[in-house]
Design a protein around this ligand. Structure first.
Ligand SMILES: [Cu+2]
Ligand SMILES: [Zn+2]
Length: 195
């Protein structure tokens, strides 16, 4: 939308220049339209934000998630401090209930957010479910600095912050994005409440 507008605006000086020889007042009016439109547009697209601590299997805080939710996509930054996770790839998903109070297994967070019985997996032809996300990589020191996106909204219909909330779960192994029910990602080793 903004791209189209910008392109249209960029064409204006040419057209205006051609017109100028015949009609000078038209040139003077054109720029006055812009300031009234732009501020309203920015307000409407301001992202909602949400932050939450990530806890490990001992209930200790190891990092945080920071979510920004815009009109068409949600973007989540995942930060884990050194020593927080075993090095290597880890599957992460949005699970259906915002409860991380059982750190031994994190089973209270239930299964993946999935309102329409989709198959699991970003690479599955019958998927993905609404909880599916790309893997994150923990460096040799166990830290993570990653950013992933999702079409699942933070609030509203089908949103993560529904009545019982949701949880971001970090798994021990990577998600192959294809097999059921969780892409072979293994045990749940960390959790962040989204409520
Ligand atoms: Cu999961
Ligand atoms: Zn899934």
């Amino acid at each position: 939308m903004s791209g189209l507008m910008t392109r249209a605006n960029r064409r204006l000086p040419l057209a205006a220049a051609a017109l100028a020889a015949f009609c000078v007042p038209a040139l003077a009016q054109a720029p006055a339209k812009e300031p009234t439109k732009e501020p309203a547009k920015e307000e409407a697209s301001a992202p909602q934000t949400y932050e939450s601590a990530i806890t490990n299997g001992k209930g200790e805080t190891i990092g945080k998630i920071m979510i920004r939710d815009g009109a068409n996509s949600l973007v989540m930054r995942v930060t884990v401090q050194p020593g927080g996770l075993p090095p290597g790839w880890h599957g992460i998903h949005f699970h259906a209930v915002g409860d991380c109070s059982d750190p031994e297994k994190f089973e209270k967070s239930k299964s993946h957010v999935n309102h329409d019985q989709s198959k699991h997996g970003l690479l599955n032809p019958d998927g993905p479910d609404e909880g599916d996300l790309p893997n994150v990589y923990a460096a040799a020191d166990g830290s993570v600095n990653a950013e992933v996106s999702s079409e699942t909204p933070l609030t509203g219909e089908g949103g993560l912050r529904d009545g019982d909330g949701s949880a971001l779960i970090v798994h021990a192994n990577e998600d192959d994005h294809t097999t059921q029910p969780i892409g072979g990602a293994g045990p749940r080793i960390a959790c962040a409440v989204i409520k």
